[in-house]
Design a protein. Sequence first.
Length: 373
Amino acid sequence: MNRTVKGFVAAGVLAFSGTLLAQSGAPAAPEIAFDSVDLLKWDESHIVGEVGGVGQDSKGRVFVYTRTGHAYATLGDNRTFLRSGSRLFQYDATGKFVRELGQDVYGFNAAFGLRIDAQDNVWTIDQGANQVVKFDPNGNVALVLGRKPEAINVRPAAPRGEGGGAGAPAGGGGRGAAPAGAPAGPAPGAGTPGSTFNQPSDVAWDKAGNIYIADGVAGNVNRIAKFNKEGNFVTQWGATGSENGQFRGPKALAVDASGNVYVADSGNKRIQVFDGNGTFKSQITNIGAPLAMCMTTGATQYLYVSHSGDKDGMVDQAILKVGLDGKVVGKFGTAGRLLKQIGLVNSIDCRNENELLLGEMTSWRVQKVSLKK
């Protein structure tokens, strides 16, 4: 693109730099040197597709929740017609395949995230099934949150040509019409009551074991739902919008050592910070559009944030290291398909502050990144 520079040279340089920064979306920050390897070793027993989530437990075992499944669906099948399914794989620390967990689990449909808690339980977040499933360290299902929507609408429609005639549900209107006296749905952006999800995107926990789930990436929900450690609904907060406590796509969560909840509010290009009951405390800006996020566990905690400024992550992509005070202390990575490039990072694991796992949607891989101090 041709540009005409007017005025002083210094002013022109500043203006040009500002334009580039606005185009890239990611903030200016010191570059962090790093090395990376393509971690997973494929074999004929399994195929990794779009990586919805990746995590490593305390024993070094790596778990990957991937959009890879059978490409057919039949009436009554355990997967809906929405996607082709998802699978949960376990690898050793070197990336060698070990086993598959939860094969044909009802809640596996469209992988979106994976987290591993302090007790080495593996949690999958699925947007097609609208469920969050907890697996214990042995691979057994330990807790299910949410309920998978019906694959088909079995409610009879009104007779053709009769809006509210015989056979139509009370209240008229044909298929999907609410019965007379049914409670009205939630106001736009007010959230879904209780534990029914509308495309959940992430899960996190505090020291007491309370569970926080980001919900409503699609639609008009935009909330954080809180459950106790037994999985009982406690409270929720959030609405659609750009004010404090409102969201436009809560994509990722993290909880610090003090119990503060960090929400990657991607559509508003910020991270909002709340106490454990949903009271707004502060926000972090100048981080681009946060898509994925993780928090370190050391004495000084940091956030690693995946910024993606385009749909496929192939034009504008970076990983930012951010202090809890909101200062961006460094960044690394550029968009691309080659090793040491990144494309649409949908999941980050940072159990070790200087050794990260990046789950990529576009490139169908997990990169193990070693940051150079």
